[in-house]
Write a protein that binds this ligand. Structure first.
Ligand code: SAH
Ligand code: SF4
Ligand code: F3S
Length: 468
């Protein structure tokens, strides 16, 4: 029997913003709290302990957090709670950046922690429960890798696996290196051991994580390279392997080649371009040119013709001219991405770009942004047409949010796929299994079709129609 802890039967809720790093850290936090006897709940209203995992990559995320935490003051306690006050904790990147300042602005906050010490949360919460007051602990650097903590994953069949933390690139607009610290790689043996554990427990898809996975290993003895991580992961027998994020300046021919040879590596790559203008790329400190980026795209398509590419673009970087923007527009048109995450530049205090003058009026930036979004949708729609009539392997995630009679899952190219549930099978029965779906409709953001086979094991599907 589990021993009684201060957390036994407390209800907790985690709200996560930002990137996969935060999502992963949230899973670790859920794992720790559940291990101590606390119970996860869906809503803040039902929770005794609320944890915000925060992001400050753009200003909107900042403002939202302050609003949400402030409004909690007026949220009544749940009926039957053993506490006289709801405990509120803020972690992640705003916790790291603002530390003590947060409790000055939000006095009803109980706990603040940072990106380097999610493992400290239980003792900080315990101190807040015992002693009250503000418990703030933010460290300058991590003493251990966050993956050494237990985990409660959102899906039993999918796992995030960090291979590096931090970032050394200092793109001039970006706050991440300041809130996540210097890049640190995890030893290959540890990565492989964790992956083997996942495979043994039935995980179907592993996504390797790092701000720039391509620079993996530079800080380790013998400098193992990212391609070696891909090879080792493929050998674990994992069904699907993905990774994010790739910096174009460090994407090697060796890694590109793996798309043609590794069984488990999915035919999709997120390769953030940020801008199609050489002048803006230089001002962003991205350290590649438009021509270099397009050459990478050419090599990727030569290696694996059907590969689905996605990217990030920032519109309105300080000083971006009409000509710079046209270069970006043309690049997006030329590449024909499956998905583009478009962002309006957001000034982040403390970054080099924050001190560059910006004469471009907001309306002009907004108009550029809207034009780009229209193009992105057009090209995404066209990219999906290539799969019309094909049969694709779909790793089922559950019921579609729009229609409970449809299953929703992901294709190898990471497209969302919907299909009516086959007779006699529920979305819960199918979650985590792979079915084969014939694509009858290809829309901008999803494919729709009919289940023609499955559920089946990866081994039954060699020679799949789309080649993967
Ligand atoms: N390490 C990853 C992701 C970083 S953050 C990478 O290098 O691609 C995710 C995206 O947010 C970035 O790719 C960028 O497009 C966007 N972003 C970062 N800082 C921003 C800012 N100040 N304003 C607008 N978008 C920003
Ligand atoms: Fe930010 Fe650039 Fe590092 Fe990505 S590579 S996290 S954009 S500094
Ligand atoms: Fe946001 Fe931090 Fe990720 S700032 S994008 S949550 S590293």
């Amino acid at each position: 029997m589990r021993t009684h802890t201060p957390f036994t039967n407390l209800a907790f809720c985690i709200r996560t913003f930002g990137c996969q790093m935060n999502k992963h850290d949230s899973e670790r936090i859920a794992g720790m709290l559940e291990g101590l006897g606390a119970l996860p709940v869906e809503t803040i209203e039902d929770a005794d302990v609320v944890v915000f995992m925060t992001c400050c990559v753009r200003e909107a995320a900042d403002t939202r957090l302050y609003g949400q935490v402030a409004s909690l003051k007026n949220t009544p306690l749940r009926p039957g709670t053993p506490l006289s006050k709801r405990i509120v904790a803020v972690g992640g990147c705003i916790g790291q950046r603002d530390g003590e300042r947060l409790v000055d602005e939000l006095p009803h906050l109980d706990v603040v922690f940072g990106t380097h010490n999610p493992g400290s949360l239980p003792h900080l919460l315990e101190a807040a429960l015992d002693e009250g007051g503000h418990q703030v602990e933010v460290l300058d650097a991590a003493s251990s890798f966050p993956t050494e903590l237990p985990t409660a994953r959102e899906h039993a069949w999918a796992a995030w696996l960090p291979i590096t933390v931090g970032c050394n690139n200092f793109c001039s607009y970006c706050i991440v290196p300041y809130v996540r610290g210097r890049e640190k790689s995890r030893p290959l043996e540890d990565i492989v051991a964790e992956a083997e554990g996942y495979v043994a427990s039935g995980v179907k898809e592993i996504t390797l994580l790092g701000q720039n996975v391509n620079s993996y290993g530079r800080d380790l003895y013998g400098s193992p390279r990212f391609a070696a991580v891909l090879d080792a992961l493929d050998s674990t027998g994992i069904e699907r392997l993905r990774f994010a994020t790739s910096h174009p300046k460090d994407l090697t021919d060796e890694v590109i080649g793996r798309f043609g040879t590794l069984r488990s590596l999915m035919p999709a790559l997120h390769l953030p371009v940020q801008s199609g203008s050489d002048a803006v790329l230089a001002a962003m400190n991205r350290r590649y040119t438009r021509a270099h980026y397009l050459e990478l795209v050419r090599k990727l398509r030569e290696t694996l013709p059907g590969i689905a590419l996605s990217t990030d673009v920032i519109v309105g970087f300080p000083g971006e001219t009409a000509k710079d923007f046209e270069d970006t527009y043309r690049l997006v048109d030329e590449v024909g991405y499956h998905q583009v995450f478009t962002f309006i530049y957001s000034k982040r205090e403390g970054t080099p770009a924050a001190s560059i003058d910006d004469p471009t009026p907001h309306e002009v930036v907004q108009e550029r942004f809207d034009r780009l979004v229209d193009l992105v949708q057009e090209r995404a729609y066209e990219a999906n047409q290539a799969d019309l009539g094909a049969t694709v392997d779909v790793l089922v995630e559950g019921a579609s949010k729009r229609d409970a009679g449809l299953l929703a899952g992901k294709s190898p190219k990471n497209q969302t796929v919907h299909a009516p549930l086959p007779d006699g099978l529920s979305a819960d029965d199918l979650a985590g299994t792979t079915v084969r779906v014939r694509v009858d409709e290809a829309k901008t953001w999803y494919l729709a079709g009919t289940v023609v086979e499955g559920p089946c094991d990866a081994d039954d599907r060699s020679g799949a129609a789309d080649g993967r």
